[in-house]
Design a protein around this ligand. Structure first.
Ligand code: HDD
Length: 714
């Protein structure tokens, strides 16, 4: 029995091969019952006479309907709506110095992964574009067992202790008496809870930022949130924070746009991920780690165990260690994306937990929830959840057991089975928990080192550009504007005032109430109390005042690529085919996609007399579904003014700060049909048709994603 970790192989297909044995294909096959009996008539039930009652003996009808009646399983209590994809993880440099985990040691191993992205609050059928945290859960099928990194697209969390999780979720989900609102935090119960939980203020800054309305699941960062441990061969521990950095950069949309996308295509993110993978545009993220020696545990002005805090990259840089590529869509949504069961407690030798009280509570919750969601302790046997590492133990039976365990021995120790399966020593790959010394009183308390709730909220706010700060103020004004109870709004203003006085006064102005002088907390919630029972959370002087990595616009890893972006070409009969060709080719050369929109499907006739295939009509296309707009030239393009949707298209693009280009006759269409101010640097025009220079500058502009500066003049 040897430690099998160093096998030097590209194992990226390992999980696909494993799944293959469960796949089915009905091509050229007969229709049968579940028992394999061929069915002769799938249209009519068995009746007594053609107009008579149906017969109970119709086993074919009964089986079909019974199965249908039981097709649904309970949706996840949180993260119900999700999108999944397969891929692999590849290591750049061995992390042997810090961890003995095989997939982080051996560069030749490609580890298969399955990822599920999700929103948190909404039900399975809710919109993708809710203002919400996004789940970012990665299942690594390593050769030493399954490692799940069950993170979010934000590096901190609302609460410090798992004890508060059910309260948080009850507060944010639709209110229980009328189940309103769906997938939205803008309601009384959420802000009531938040206004009484100052520890949530840092996370609130993230959720009110554009991080909560991503442009695409492919354009979000991911974070493990908690501090974990890496354990090396010498059994030394280092603290570690996990980061996923998207190759396409981190981008959000405008809030008004998000709300409109929800109406036009509530599957916007799901479809975007699916189509990108189908088109071979495989999304990629780099895995980064922040490593902190055990000896530095107490060197920060916050507690490493506090999940409402991040470790600024200025203090501990992120080291990129590998990349993840998502290259295959699931074959079946239910079998894979719905039945996949993540668990922060699924770890492998070389990785261990910290004492973060939120993480510790999660370690209980995830198995428990799978039992009610998937209905049996055998959920690990569901193909998507099955490890590709060999699995042998003495656990037996239970609902839907698939394994046929041979022999009469199902206990340990045994002599009848030759002692098998054997325990593995540490050098044989056996998991041994890090032997941290814990010597303490049993207490129901929170460490004082957790009581600074505002410094990092302020750090986040101060790190944003003025545009991003405005977006946070607007988001808060929207959310609190929907709150009906005035005292909740007032309490929130009191908390915001402790983060930043300008922010609080901007929001207060929109709410039409002054910022209260003292925070009134009617209920003693026992959080952040000091020795005297004083409820005011303490403030410490942070050693980092601003961090560019926290801003999407200043982020040093910002990406200017426009690969996979969709650009709307507003067309009609008489458009110049040359104009389309020049711009389309230029966009395609950088991986972006031109989408031809016209009054009808089929083809339109160009000014040159050629036929141009149409992708979408004005009835279907909407500006919010695109990243930029182009009005080509052509003698017939003036007819766009007769299409009523064109005006809304252009105005929405303009108001959502998108880059717009028009040339020759198209420029006039732009002027006649929009609120566009003449000298807006985000609107690019040329008097020439088929202008290659215009294409070059348009592509450069699109690389900035949005011309947010325009908001000031709107
Ligand atoms: Fe959780 C699902 C992420 C705190 C209890 N959580 C779930 C999923 C993600 C996260 C991404 C969806 C997994 C999937 O796609 O199937 N959760 C987090 C993060 C947290 C966090 C990053 C804080 C850092 N969660 C948290 C706490 C508890 C839970 C404190 C309970 C004490 N989470 C659950 C759950 C879910 C879940 C109820 C619902 C469905 C599931 O587990 O499989 O057990």
């Amino acid at each position: 029995m040897k430690n099998s970790k160093k096998t030097n192989q590209d194992n990226s297909d390992g999980k696909q091969n494993d799944l293959e044995q469960n796949k089915s294909n009905a091509e050229n096959e007969f229709l049968t019952t579940n028992q394999g009996v061929k069915i002769n008539d799938n249209n009519n039930s068995l009746k007594s006479g053609e107009r008579g009652p149906s017969l109970l003996e119709d086993f074919i009808l009964r089986e079909k309907i019974t199965h249908f009646d039981h097709e649904r399983i309970p949706e996840r209590i949180v993260h119900a709506r999700g999108s999944g994809a397969h891929g692999y993880f590849e290591l750049y440099n061995s992390m042997e110095k810090y961890t003995k985990a095989g997939f982080l040691n051996d560069k030749s191993i490609k580890t298969p992964v399955f990822v599920r992205f999700s929103t948190v609050a909404g039900s399975r059928g809710s919109t993708d574009l809710a203002r919400d945290v996004r789940g970012f859960a990665v299942k690594f099928y390593t050769q030493e067992g399954i490692f799940d990194l069950v993170g979010n697209n934000m590096p901190v969390f609302f609460i410090q202790d798992a004890m508060k999780f059910p309260d948080l979720i009850h507060a944010v989900k639709a209110e229980p008496h009328n189940e309103i609102p769906q997938a939205a935090s803008a309601h009384d119960t959420f802000w009531d809870f938040i206004s009484l939980m100052p520890e949530s203020m840092h996370m609130i800054m993230w959720v009110m930022s554009d991080r909560a309305i991503p442009r695409s699941l492919r354009m979000m960062e991911g974070f493990g949130v908690h501090t974990f441990r890496f354990i090396n061969e010498k059994n030394e521990s280092h603290f570690v924070k996990f980061h996923w950095k998207p190759k396409l950069g981190t981008h959000g949309v405008a809030w008004d746009e998000a709300q409109k996308i929800s109406g036009k295509n509530s599957d916007f993110h799901k479809q975007d991920l699916w189509e990108a993978i189908e088109a071979g545009n495989f999304p990629e993220w780099e895995l980064g780690v922040q490593i902190i020696p055990e000896s530095d545990e107490h060197k920060f002005d916050f507690d490493l165990l506090d999940p409402t805090k991040l470790v600024p990259e200025e203090l501990v840089p992120v080291t990129i260690v590998g990349k993840m590529v998502l290259n295959k869509n699931p074959d079946n949504f239910f079998a894979e994306t719905e039945q996949v069961a993540f668990h922060p407690g699924h770890i492998v030798p070389g990785i261990d937990f910290s004492n973060d009280p939120l993480l510790q509570g999660r370690l209980f919750s995830y198995t428990d929830t799978q039992l009610s969601r998937l209905g049996s302790p055998n959920f690990h046997e569901i193909p998507i959840n099955r490890a590709i590492a060999p699995m042998h133990n003495n656990q037996r039976d239970g609902h839907m057991r698939q394994e046929i365990a041979k022999g009469k021995v199902s206990y340990h120790p045994n002599s009848l089975g030759g002692g098998c399966p054997f325990q593995a020593k540490m050098d044989q790959g056996g998991f041994v928990s890090f032997n941290e010394r814990v010597d303490a009183h049993k207490v129901r308390e929170r460490s004082k080192s957790f009581s600074d709730h505002f410094s990092q909220a302020a750090l986040f706010y101060n790190s944003q550009t003025p545009i991003e700060q405005d977006h946070i103020a607007s988001a808060l004004s929207f959310e609190l504007g929907k709150v009906e109870t005035v005292s909740i709004r007032e309490r929130m203003l009191g908390l915001l005032n402790q983060v930043n006085t300008d922010l609080a006064s901007k929001v207060a102005k929109n709410l039409g109430i002054p910022v209260p002088k003292n925070i009134e907390r009617p209920i003693n919630h026992g959080v952040g109390a000091d020795d005297e029972g004083n409820q005011e959370p303490s403030k410490v002087k942070p050693n980092v005042g601003s961090s560019d990595a926290l801003s999407m616009l200043k982020n040093p890893t910002i990406s200017n690529t426009i690969a996979t972006r969709q650009i709307a070409f507003l067309c009609t009969d008489g458009v110049s085919a040359d104009s389309i060709k020049v711009m389309k080719t230029a966009l395609q050369n950088v991986g972006a996609k031109a989408v031809i929109i016209a009054p009808h499907l089929g083809t339109i006739v160009s000014a040159e007399g050629t036929e141009i295939p149409v992708d979408q009509t004005y009835k279907i296309a909407a500006s919010v579904l695109f990243d930029g707009v182009f009005i080509p030239s052509g003698k017939g393009i003036a007819n766009l003014s007769k299409i009523k949707e064109v005006k809304e298209f252009l105005n929405d693009s303009y108001h959502h700060c998108k880059f717009i280009a028009a040339e020759a006759e198209g420029v006039q269409v732009l002027k006649n049909n929009s609120d566009i101010k003449s000298k807006d640097p985000g609107v690019l025009t040329s008097e020439n048709g088929a202008d290659k220079l215009l294409a070059t500058s348009f592509i450069k502009a699109l690389g900035r994603h949005r011309f947010w500066e325009r908001e000031k003049s709107l």
